[in-house]
Structure formats: structure tokens, C-alpha cells
Design a protein around this ligand. Structure first.
Ligand code: ACM
Ligand code: ZN
Length: 515
């Protein structure tokens, strides 16, 4: 158990009962609603209490059985049943949360997940967070029964993972001028060297990443590393000019945000780095980005044009498909699967690739219909870097309003999706506007509670007003444990009442016009 969870358990064992909902004697007709847990469990005191645990889980999918558990509290006795260490771990996190309400409730909780992929993505490139921050968030994830940490380890704003094969990636781009992303942008994207006055940044060593992998495994969390390509990759070209497109006179297109799919140097670098990445991260998935390539230099590049000619391509986009297919084959040959942002669907990827739907849910519909497994993180509901309350009240953020209510009311399974291909969902935290770890936590909590409940609990167990009560309580616990959460007590009436996103912008504009 982590020190934090230990403190949490200790706190609760000795704390007076602070139950707000009469939880130790749940009203018979309220059952689920009275269980003060996030995520809400599948069932409380049902028929499954009367049969053996083995029988109770018999109809579940194998991955659900793996995490299923049953807790029986009778008098002072607590009995935990599970088929695996993972199931026992999930039960323990339930007990840790229950103890925060004082006395354990008498009765039976039977529980298992709705989705197998319950994730959080953290952007390390735009602002570097460090090992302690990631461990702390994994403690929170475990308490919320989240099981995937997706690390966006590189982007134009900085490379964050040690590479022995290509050491200049960190030596030349892990530090930059300007204390935050926008200062760096204003200063025209200048990188620096560690220790130079005025630079900020950092990167994870291989040893640190292995330590994080082990820490994650103890909490039944899988880390998915992301190496972004071919877009969002200016820093790679800055470190190794050969991966930038080439002009007719042989000079590189300096400052291009895309890698050159015509250059063999690009594939040599990507393959060497991916080998190092797969050596560190043992999980089944490697994220290879794929979003928002500008493709601006490709039509002008001698090597890209040669590649198009040799392959018989007629559309510039086919170069992205070519790069993705080569990388997918490489990753598959190493026994892993790629995940890519939903743009990968536009240029043809093999069936084994997982699609991460972020531009709404159409990638989830098209991807699952085409036989791809899918992770859902539509920006409209799952981007935790978007505003969580009125613009005038909040620090600058990007996007529109994703209030707690809006985030919570997201139902992942939409018409047209092939349900068996939907692996689950993720909250994403992009960090252009998030320069510090305190700010990152402020954006994560309590909205990550909502992602966790949508990902774990049955849709029928969800109820926003009941959830909000539980979130208010868990927020207090998180604050006690040292997390810098957004304060739900101060949430505006407009956000709480489920205001729509464009209305939030209008309301804020009206406010600005008045001043
Ligand atoms: C993304 O938000 N560009 C995946
Ligand atoms: Zn090129």
C-alpha cells in the first residue's frame, strides 16, 4: 500500500463517523445510491449475495472476472472474495474509500468493471511533471479504479524520454527558453541546454521510467507510452535535421512540425526509439500519435516526392498512411499493438491498430465498424484541460466548457458503435495552459472522478446529483491528502445546472462587455 493510501486508511479507522447519507444503515429502497463510493459499485445486497462468488461472476467476461470482487461486512468481520490479486486490490480500494465515511456499512457489495480500459492521459511535453507527480496521480487513479496511464512523452515543445540511440533528443530539446509553453512560443520556439539561465524543462531517465512502470504494476495500472509522429514533432527535427523534409538545394525545411516520411533517417530514428520504449514499457500497447500532421512540406520535399513516385501515391495523405503502416508492422513484429489518434483511420491502418477517438465520437463509430478496437476520449466530454467553470472565474484554459456535470453525463456507447470493440475511455490532460503540477491537479479533480465512474460503473447506477454529493466528500479526502483540487463548493450555478458549452462562452462575453 502506498504511504498515501496507508494514511488514508489510518485516518479513517480513527476518525469519527462523518456519514452524511445514513450510510451505515442504508435505507432499503436506496441501495446503490447510499453507497458512498466513486466509482459506484455494481450492486449492494442483491441476489448475488446469496450464491457463491464463483457463481456470481460466472456470466461475466474474463477481463471482468479478473477485477470482480465481493465484500461482506457482518458485525466487525470483513470478508473479501476475488479470483485474482487484482480483484482483491479493487476491493481494498473500495474499503479505503468506505472507511472515509466512518463505520463500514453492514451488508454485501458485489462489483466489477463496465469497461476494461479506464484511463488518464498526461501531456509531459508542454510541461514536464516529474516522477513524484506521476506517482501521486497513480495513487489517485488506483483509488478511483482507473487502470491505464497514457503518457504523451514528446511533442514539438520538448522530448521527455532518455534515448541512448539518439541522445540529442533530450540534450537539445528537453530544455527550452520561457518558463511556460506560451513564453516559449512568444520567444519563437527556442530550445536550450540543461543548466543554462532562463531554461526550463526536464526528461525521464530510463531508470525513472522503469521505477514508474513498477509503481504502476503494484497498482494494477498499465502505462501506455506515446511517441508522437509524424505531426507535432518539430523537436525531433531540431535535434536531428535529417528527419525534416528537404528542399531542392538539399537544405532542410527548418522548423517544420512534421517528420519527413520520405526520409529513411526518419524510420531509423523511430525504430531505434521505439525499441528503447518497448524495452522500458512491457504493456501491450504503444501509442504512435498520428494526429494533426500539417503535411505542409511534403509536397515540396524531394524525398517525399520520390517516395510518392516509387509507391504510386496520388494524394499527399498517403504518405502518412505509409509511415503509420511501416511503424505498425515494426511494433507488431515486437509483439505489441499500436494505438493512434483517430486521424489514422483516414489513411488506412491494419486491423490490429487501436483507434483513439478524440474529434468527437465519429472515429469510435467508424473505427469499431471497421473492426478496430477503440478508446474513446472525445474532446467535448473527456478533455480535462478544457474549462470546468465560467471563463471569468477560471485560470486561462483551452476549449469550451467541460463542467463536472457535462463530463459525468457522457455515455460512451453511442448508436452505430460496435460495442465489443469499445475498450473504454480516457480523460486527457493537454498542458499548453498548465505550467505547474498544482494546476494539473486542479484540472484533474474532481472531473477524473466522473471519468472513473463512467468507465467502471454500470450506466444504470449513474445519477449526477447523487454522484455530486459523493464527489464533494471525496474532494475533501483528496484535499486532506494534499491534492490541489478545483473546489466544487465554489462551482457556479451555471456550470452546476448543466449549462451548454456555447452558452458559457456567451455568458462570459457578456460579462467582459460590462467591464
Ligand atoms: C489531440 O487532441 N490533438 C489528439
Ligand atoms: Zn519529406
Amino acid at each position: 500500500m502506498s504511504p498515501k493510501l496507508f494514511i488514508l486508511s489510518a485516518l479513517l479507522i480513527f476518525s469519527p463517523a462523518i456519514c452524511r447519507t445514513g450510510f451505515s444503515q442504508p435505507p432499503q429502497n436506496q441501495k446503490l445510491k447510499c453507497t458512498a463510493l466513486i466509482p459506484a459499485p455494481v450492486a449492494y445486497d442483491t441476489e448475488t449475495s446469496k450464491i457463491s462468488f464463483k457463481k456470481a461472476v460466472a456470466g461475466l467476461e474474463p477481463w471482468q472476472q479478473q477485477e470482480a470482487y465481493r465484500i461482506t461486512v457482518k458485525g466487525k468481520k470483513v470478508k473479501v472474495e476475488a479470483h485474482t490479486a487484482e480483484g482483491r486490490f479493487r476491493a481494498q480500494t473500495t474499503l479505503n474509500q468506505l472507511k472515509t465515511w466512518g463505520e463500514l456499512p453492514q451488508g454485501v457489495i458485489f462489483d466489477y468493471p463496465r469497461f476494461r480500459h479506464r484511463g488518464l492521459m498526461i501531456d509531459e511535453s508542454r510541461s514536464f511533471k516529474g516522477v513524484a507527480f506521476l506517482k501521486k496521480q497513480m495513487d489517485a487513479m488506483a483509488l478511483l479504479k482507473l487502470n491505464v496511464l497514457h503518457l504523451h512523452l514528446d511533442d514539438s515543445a520538448g522530448w521527455r524520454i532518455e534515448s541512448e540511440a539518439y541522445p540529442d533528443l533530450t540534450a537539445k530539446t528537453a530544455w527550452r527558453y520561457g518558463w511556460d509553453y506560451f513564453e516559449w512560443e512568444k520567444g519563437k520556439y527556442r530550445f536550450g541546454i540543461e543548466g543554462e539561465p532562463g531554461v526550463s524543462g526536464g526528461y525521464y531517465t530510463k531508470a525513472e521510467l522503469k521505477e514508474l512502470v513498477a509503481y504502476a504494476a503494484e497498482r494494477f495500472i498499465t502505462i501506455i507510452p506515446e511517441i508522437e509522429m509524424p505531426g507535432h514533432s518539430m523537436e525531433v527535427g531540431y535535434a536531428y535535421n535529417d528527419v525534416w523534409c528537404q528542399q531542392a538545394d538539399g537544405t532542410p525545411f527548418t522548423g517544420s512540425w512534421d517528420l519527413c516520411p520520405g526520409s529513411e533517417a526518419t524510420f531509423q530514428l523511430l525504430e531505434a526509439v521505439l525499441e528503447e520504449v518497448m524495452d522500458i514499457f512491457p504493456g501491450p500497447f504503444i501509442h504512435v500519435g498520428g494526429d494533426e500532421a500539417t503535411m505542409k512540406t511534403w509536397p515540396l520535399c524531394t524525398r517525399c516526392q520520390a517516395r510518392m513516385h516509387a509507391e504510386g501515391f496520388t494524394d499527399i495523405k498517403q504518405l502518412q498512411g505509409y509511415l503509420m503502416r511501416r511503424v505498425e508492422a515494426f511494433v507488431r513484429a515486437h509483439g505489441r499493438r499500436i494505438i493512434g489518434w483517430d486521424e489514422i483511420l483516414e489513411t488506412g491502418v491494419p486491423e490490429g491498430a487501436v483507434v483513439q477517438s478524440w474529434r468527437g465520437i465519429s472515429g469510435g463509430i467508424k473505427g469499431s465498424q471497421a473492426g478496430h478496437d477503440v478508446v474513446l476520449s472525445p474532446s467535448t466530454h473527456c478533455y480535462l484541460n478544457y474549462y470546468q467553470d465560467l471563463i471569468r472565474k477560471e485560470p486561462p484554459a483551452c476549449g469550451e466548457l467541460v463542467s463536472l456535470r457535462f463530463c459525468y453525463n457522457y455515455e460512451p456507447l453511442a448508436a452505430g458503435m460496435v460495442a465489443e470493440h469499445i475498450l473504454g475511455l480516457q480523460g486527457n490532460l493537454w498542458c499548453e495552459y498548465i505550467p505547474t503540477t498544482e494546476h494539473a491537479e486542479y484540472m484533474l479533480y474532481p472531473r477524473l472522478f466522473a471519468i472513473a465512474e463512467t468507465a467502471w460503473s454500470p450506466a444504470s447506477a449513474k445519477d449526477f446529483f447523487n454522484f455530486r454529493e459523493r464527489a464533494l466528500h471525496l474532494q475533501q479526502i483528496f484535499r486532506f491528502l494534499g491534492y490541489n483540487t478545483f473546489d466544487l463548493e465554489t462551482e457556479s450555478e451555471l456550470a452546476r445546472s448543466g449549462f451548454q458549452r456555447f452558452e458559457q462562452l456567451e455568458e462570459s462575453k457578456r460579462h467582459e462587455n460590462k467591464h
